[in-house]
Ligand binder design. Structure first.
Ligand code: MD3
Ligand code: FE
Length: 212
């Protein structure tokens, strides 16, 4: 049974090798949100510190074998949650299936994510321009899933100085980043006030990666 392709979605190549699957996660948003709430109850959201001593405005947690961490020692993946000294919650089947099917939709047929970072943004929160390069194999794509209130995603190029384009991301949107786009600078502009009927004034982003 294919749980994920029974509602309409559109596929748009935003830049080379980056595909926006508009509304791809809408068909299953109820189960995905229930599973998200269960993860947050096992591994509470927290504001991590950057190496430079700044507090990140998005609150974060993880599920899967590996979880992404930031602290005074820098960025890395770890098998245990430092707040509980326990392994991160298991990646729910609903999450795994969504990530695998979305990657395949963009042409990545053997994506096996072992890490899911969960970012929670309140109104005003943002994420500065950065590259994702803590993963061992940068030939594996990243799949990102947006829920809750909308955000403006900023997408640049391979250098920080490259011009950026703005892409609105809404509840249920999925983006698959592979090939050259995998190392593009990107960020999230400060969130404007909106209210989502289920999630309130928050945005959640799930990023699936093969980190180890
Ligand atoms: C482009 N998160 O956690 S998702 C991150 O909305 C991160 O929370 C943002 O950037 C968020 O690292 C953006 C979209 C995204 C995720 C990973 C990417 C875009 C990407 C990796 C490479 C290129
Ligand atoms: Fe990123």
């Amino acid at each position: 049974m294919d749980l994920f392709n029974d509602m309409p979605f559109s596929k748009l190549e935003i830049v080379k090798d980056a595909y926006l699957l508009k509304a791809y996660a809408l068909a299953n948003d109820k189960v995905l949100i229930t599973d998200l709430e269960s993860i947050i109850s096992q591994a509470p959201l927290r504001h991590m510190m950057t190496k430079m001593g700044f507090t990140m405005s998005a609150a974060m947690t993880n599920c899967g074998t590996l979880g992404w961490l930031s602290d005074c020692k820098g960025y890395r993946y770890a098998v245990k949650n430092p707040l509980t000294d326990q392994p991160w919650p298991l990646m729910p089947a609903s999450f795994q299936q969504l990530a695998i099917l979305a990657a395949a939709e963009a042409g990545f047929n053997d994506f096996k994510p072992d890490a899911c970072l969960i970012n929670q943004y309140r109104v005003g929160a943002s994420m500065g321009l950065h590259q994702d390069k803590n993963e061992l194999d940068i030939h594996q794509p990243v799949v990102s899933v947006s829920f809750g209130i909308p955000a403006i995603f900023q997408l640049g190029g391979l250098t920080r100085a490259d011009k950026t384009i703005k892409i609105p991301l809404e509840h249920g949107d999925v983006v698959v980043w592979g090939g050259e786009s995998r190392l593009y600078f990107h960020g999230i502009a400060p969130l404007k006030m909106h209210t989502h009927p289920v999630l309130g004034a928050y945005r959640y982003n799930l990023t699936f990666r093969k980190a180890g």
